[in-house]
Structure formats: C-alpha cells, structure tokens
Design a protein around this ligand. Sequence first.
Ligand SMILES: [Zn+2]
Length: 162
Amino acid sequence: MMIDKDQVWQSLEQVKDPEIPVLSVVDLGVVRAVDIKLKGLEITITPTYSGCPAMKEIEFDIIKTLSEDFNTNINVHTVLSPAWTTEWLTESGRKKLLDYGISPPAQESNDKSQLFQKPRNVICPVCKSYNTEMKSQFGSTACKSLFQCLDCKEPFDYFKCH
Ligand SMILES: [Zn+2]
C-alpha cells in the first residue's frame, strides 16, 4: 500500500470542526498522529474536552473522508491524555478563527482554572481592541463565551475550550 503521510494530513484538512466550519481538525490540533499500518490507516485524536459532543461527528467525518481518498481501512483511536489545550491550536487556526469573527484563545495561560475566570487579553475580532468584557461564560456553544467590545460595542464569541 503506497500512502504518503503528507497526503493523509492534507486529506484531514478537509475535515472541519462541525461548530466552527472554517477550522479543520488539523488547525484545531485534535489529530495527534497518523500511522500507516498493514491493515490500513490509524488516526489518533484527542478531544478538545472530554464529552465534547462534536467529537463523534469528527470521528465519523475522518473515517468517511479518508476512506474516500485512500480506499483502505480507517481506524480512529482516541487518547485522552495528555489533555488537549488551546496551545495545540495552530497559528493558521488562530488566524482563521479571528477572520471568522471568533476571538482566539488568549495565549498566555494553560491554567484550567481560567475556564471559570475572566480570560485576559481577549481581542475583539472586529476592531482588534483588547478593551473587552465577558457578558456570559457560555456563548452559542459550550466551547465559547460571549464577550463584548467596549470600544466598538460589538458582541463576539471567545473560543475558550481547554
Ligand atoms: Zn471592537
């Protein structure tokens, strides 16, 4: 079986986060490894948080997309440790989020307690001001908080999943 790992990673770029369709699973950093085995492809993923409802859908999409592209058996293997952190979001993923109108996670903290505190350095995706405040811990999905910019007054989602 002649499969190039780079082709598999490229193919995985087509698999998008169901909640944020501009982000691929590669941008999100949920794909931990691609292994080419005798019996097919083995993809290792780590959920953005345990119990994330989107993960089943992501797993299904990975199998569907790779089966079509490579015509082989696809095995998706989930590992929970080490836990996913927003640090795994790629630079291009952060940029895509901001362009999409969602503020990417503030980079300085890996601290789980931040989930329940007001994150610092939250950038407004509209005017790029840091003069923002949290309106609600929960935004349109569990992975987001609702913020408002104090300069341009726009409300926006902040991606907070750890
Ligand atoms: Zn603003």
